[in-house]
Unconditional design. Sequence first.
Length: 103
Amino acid sequence: MANETAAPAGAIQESARERGARQELVGVVTSAKMEKTIVVKVTRTTQHPLYRRVIRSGKKYYAHDEEREARVGDTVRIVSTRPLSKLKRWRLKEVLTRSTRVA
């Protein structure tokens, strides 16, 4: 009887594949001084509800960079992940463009 209610071995892996797509953001690296952590500033543009003027607003995210490949000024793509520390809920997916800055 217990075997009838148990899920087949392949069902666990299928549910992981059916999970929704992870949230992705594109931003610029503002700090890469920490060990395996970068700070990414994501800028959004919205229209003011009354004056119809375009407003830029920014927010910074802490992202995990295992290989330490991102540098200050790079444009990167980050994806959401499980909490890695008190502030880190994102990880680096790819570096889109390198900065021209020499460090």
